[in-house]
Design a protein around this ligand. Structure first.
Ligand SMILES: Nc1ncnc2c1ncn2[C@@H]1O[C@H](COP(=O)(O)OP(=O)(O)O)[C@@H](O)[C@H]1O
Ligand SMILES: [Mg+2]
Length: 304
């Protein structure tokens, strides 16, 4: 197999005079989980649609599993599974029927499909729902059925657009667990998300998107190390402005978000000493995470 599962080079897309994807380049290695992390409107779904050949870029080059896209997208799509941002299952059909109908698009016979559908439903933890109409399934079950459907052609690459948005924590964990199994089986996954925790847990590498631009790229660990690299103390319960001038000399960087102060402190003890006498303050000291990176790069109220 080629060393590159997907490559984007200088990809641009505008709608009217609005630039939605602004010269994006990245490569994804086979077997990797690559994340596109960004808030609503960052351009994640637009990128996913371009990768699938559903819309064409205005400029740049896209290759998916060795095929140029969009010109040979149909060919590439035979080896790709898709979980779109919004479920588009047929609500009137049963779970099993949805998989059957979808599998026919890949030219598979009903017999071939009947042979694999039970294991796909089992993988999605939906074996007891085979004959339930989709309309009767919960949000998490629908999402897992969409995942099972994406696997019907045994794809090498999965494109998943916000697979857990709108799900409760339990349903989300169940999806994460399934995705990890797929990665262990060697699948390549492109995952869009606005959940920092999801990106941090699942992605080998990711790019942080803001207004269609790649503002940082790397492994979650490397990004955290590079952009934060020290402990974080969250402080709340006091006057953030007053506190920030008090501890400013002892921290590398301070940010304010609402009533919370985020202090990036190489020596957290020094900060704690300053605040020891203050009643009513709550301090939470924790390792840095991807959310800190994101907020640092995109800027919240900068204090220093
Ligand atoms: N078909 C379209 N026509 C006009 N604007 C669009 C269209 N699709 C997306 N956009 C705009 O492009 C921006 C990025 O959208 P999208 O890719 O859906 O972002 P995300 O998936 O990261 O939330 C948004 O501002 C959105 O309004
Ligand atoms: Mg989207």
């Amino acid at each position: 197999m080629s060393k590159v599962a997907m490559e984007l080079t200088g990809v641009k897309k505008s709608y009217g005079d609005k630039i939605v994807v602004d010269g994006l380049s990245f490569t994804v290695a086979p077997g990797e989980c690559f994340g596109l992390l960004g808030p609503n409107g960052a351009g994640k779904s637009t990128i996913a649609r371009m990768v699938l050949g559903m819309i064409s870029p205005d400029a740049g080059k896209i290759t998916v599993l060795g095929e140029p896209v969009p010109s040979r997208a149909r060919l590439a799509r035979m080896r790709v599974g898709v979980v779109p941002q919004f479920d588009n299952l047929d609500l009137e059909f049963t779970a099993r029927e949805n998989l059957l109908v979808f599998g026919r698009y890949f030219g598979k016979s009903a017999r071939e499909l009947e042979a694999v559908i039970p294991s796909l439903l089992e993988f999605a933890r939906l074996e007891s729902k085979a004959n339930a109409r989709v309309a009767e399934l919960s949000g998490g079950m629908k999402r897992r059925l969409t995942l099972a459907r994406a696997l019907i052609n045994d794809p090498q690459l999965l494109v998943m657009d916000e697979p857990t948005t709108g799900l409760d924590p339990h349903a989300r964990h169940l999806i994460w667990e399934r995705l990890r199994i797929l990665l262990a089986r060697g699948k390549t996954i492109i995952l869009t998300t606005h959940f920092m925790e999801e990106a941090e847990r699942l992605c080998d590498r990711l790019c942080v998107l803001e207004h269609g631009r790649n503002i940082a790229e790397g492994s979650p660990h490397a990004l955290i190390d590079k952009h934060i690299g020290c402990h974080v103390i969250e402080i709340f319960g006091g006057n953030p402005r007053e506190l920030s001038s008090l501890i400013r000399p002892y921290v590398q960087h301070i940010e304010m978000s609402g009533e919370t102060l985020y202090c990036y402190a190489p020596d957290p003890e020094q900060v704690r000493v300053q605040l020891r006498e203050r009643a009513g303050l709550r301090l939470l000291q924790r390792p840095p995470n991807l959310e800190d990176v994101f907020l640092r790069l995109t800027g919240r109220e900068m204090e220093k």
